[in-house]
Design a protein around this ligand. Structure first.
Ligand code: OOG
Ligand code: MG
Length: 255
């Protein structure tokens, strides 16, 4: 039976809110990219109704490492809310997640409204800061498996994020070595240039995607550029640390 955009959005929000898996949409129904983003918007509206606020945007599959890990090969974008934001060094309650994974990211703090496609050489003019970040992703689908449309509808697996100390916008975010450790064991290592050859290209990409739809990114919002390495599963008791050359450390524990 074909379900409506509204119904699928409701199902995905319920899965996220109750931390229970749901079946991939694409196993029972074809949806196109536009419908997938419409479903994402419906599911996020439920978060807004519960009092969460839009805190920014994230990009996904901006590195080959991520595309290959998940078998999805197109850039995707999703919405972040204030409830997803956790303090640096803070703790994540594992009961609110299904099968969470962590990945290292670069975060941008927006300083000036972005309402058009930026050029790469002006991107930093729109920033108030750059920082090391960790993103926790938690697909609402069984076995963390999805098609491109499935993952977009599921708000790109967005679940939580942590941001390290902000650095001036002029700080070079290219060619930074990144290490991710769990319980002091190195689990992923990479370089920030794995993100579209330059993480600032993620900001250019989201400026184009959103402005073409008449959407703005406003001061105070955060943009996550996408992971530079594959993601690693996390479990209760884990101590997670991301170390970014030039940007410092960012950490999180799992309770
Ligand atoms: C989708 C989210 C991808 C990234 O940084 O590439 C993403 C997923 O892998 O579940 O956040
Ligand atoms: Mg990510």
């Amino acid at each position: 039976m074909k379900r409506s955009i509204q119904e699928i959005g409701n199902i995905l929000d319920r899965a996220a809110h109750s931390a229970t898996v749901t079946q991939q949409i694409s196993l029972s129904q074809q949806i196109d990219l536009k419908e997938a983003y419409d479903i994402q918007a419906v599911s996020i509206d439920h978060r807004f109704e519960r009092g969460e606020n839009l805190s920014g945007y994230k990009l996904g599959f901006t590195s080959k490492a991520k595309m290959e890990q998940m078998g999805v090969h197109d850039l995707i974008w999703g919405r972040l809310t204030d409830k997803m934001h956790h303090q640096n060094g803070g703790s994540l309650n594992s009961e609110h997640f299904i099968h969470p994974r962590v990945e290292p990211e670069i975060a941008f703090l927006i300083g000036k409204t972005i309402d058009r496609t930026l050029d790469l050489d002006e991107a930093t003019d729109y920033l108030d800061g750059v920082a090391a970040a960790l993103e926790v992703i938690d697909s609402r689908y069984e076995n963390f498996k999805f098609s491109l449309e499935d993952v977009i509808a599921d708000n790109c697996s967005s679940a939580a994020y942590v941001i390290g100390e902000w650095h001036p916008p002029s700080t070079d975010v290219g060619d930074l070595d990144i290490n991710l450790s769990i319980n002091k064991e190195l689990v992923q290592s990479g370089n920030s240039n794995a993100i579209l050859d330059n993480p600032l290209e993620s900001l250019v990409a989201i400026s184009r995607i959103l402005s073409e739809q008449g959407m703005e990114i406003i001061p105070g919002m955060v943009v996550l550029a996408g992971a530079a390495t594959p993601a690693s599963f996390i479990h209760p008791g884990d101590q997670i640390k991301g170390t970014f050359k030039g940007l410092g450390e960012v950490g999180l524990s799992v309770a």
